[in-house]
Design a protein around this ligand. Sequence first.
Ligand code: PLP
Length: 407
Amino acid sequence: MIKINENYLKLQASYLFAKIGKRATAHQAAHPDQEIIKLGIGDVTRPLPDACIQAFHKAVDEMAHGKSFRGYGPEQGYDFLREKIAQTDFKDRGADIEADEIFVSDGAKCDTGNIQEILSTDIRVAIPDPVYPVYVDTNVMAGRTGACHKGRYDQIIYLEGSRENGFIPDLPEQPVDLIYLCYPNNPTGATITKEQLKVWVDYALENKALILYDAAYESFIRDAALPRSIYEVEGARQVAIEFRSFSKTAGFTGTRCAFTVVPKECRAYTSDGAEHSLYDLWYRRHTTKFNSVSYPVQRAAEAIYSPEGQSQSRALIEYYLKNAALILEEVGSMGFDCIGGQNSPYIWVDCKMGSWEFFDLLLNKAGVVCTPGEGFGQCGRGFIRISAFNDFENVQKAMQRMADVLG
Ligand code: PLP
């Protein structure tokens, strides 16, 4: 008899976006002439930078000729891309990362989910609340949790975010082995300072723990004092794996290219305490189960690092940051406290009422869709997330409508 992985039965159905879609569709049916503005999604809206498009086309043409055709590439990614990543994203910022510590992949979503396969199932996992749901669900699938009660899984240690701690959780009271951190944060838009991040790195060093650091939104950081990589913090090479993505950096959500950094010193232990290299384990896993990203996509990603690619992708981010600044200013002047929006595409709004109540108010009275915070965890109750990924004109229109209703 073939048996299923029963851990999948513990998973809670992801009602959030389905419920949002259903309410928006019902509203549209009742008001067919109203244009609904969606500020709920985390997907980009602007096209790829021209430098990427040109490199993409050129690489596709190379595939048409015997001499320049490429078959399977290296599983970890082509050196032409890994070397540029190591130099520009890390060494130039004082973070000591070598090209062979970069593993190119087709997404930070898959990587943050897949990485825990090289870790034991009986570790204690600490996950922030509110959170990008992938970290929780993939640990449920792996069997690291018990059942779910009222939205929380037994055995997960929830690191609670609040207005008081600025959504930078305190260290856990009980010992933990694996810690997920994401800055700039989805959904709250909060950023972390080097000093705050060092507290976590020191904790991991002292407790032989591992930090999984999701920096998918690092390119939105404009404050030069904020760390763009955890490896800017001393000691992190031993205790942290970092995830990056070109999805938001250069509009690659539909093109698919990302990378994971596993430093050679990064270690974990067998049950009898012997030290092992996580680099070796991830190298084995990646080369066994993955055949890397297509050649044209890696060439398109490489083009982000050319002078034109750098200025074009920066302009893309500036575009969304301008949206974020407008949202922050307008929603603030309506009397709401906000987090994020300055070094992040997300604005986390304390809506002074239930998340869904506020969602319905915005939809019904202003025709604007946002994301209720409680969809990201219990600590998101009473908040909504507004995303800056949209056209500026739509954001302006949405802010005007919100001001008319709430201002
Ligand atoms: N990590 C975070 C925090 C995200 O918000 C997202 C996407 O929204 C991802 C990872 C996924 O990135 P990718 O498109 O590279 O899979």
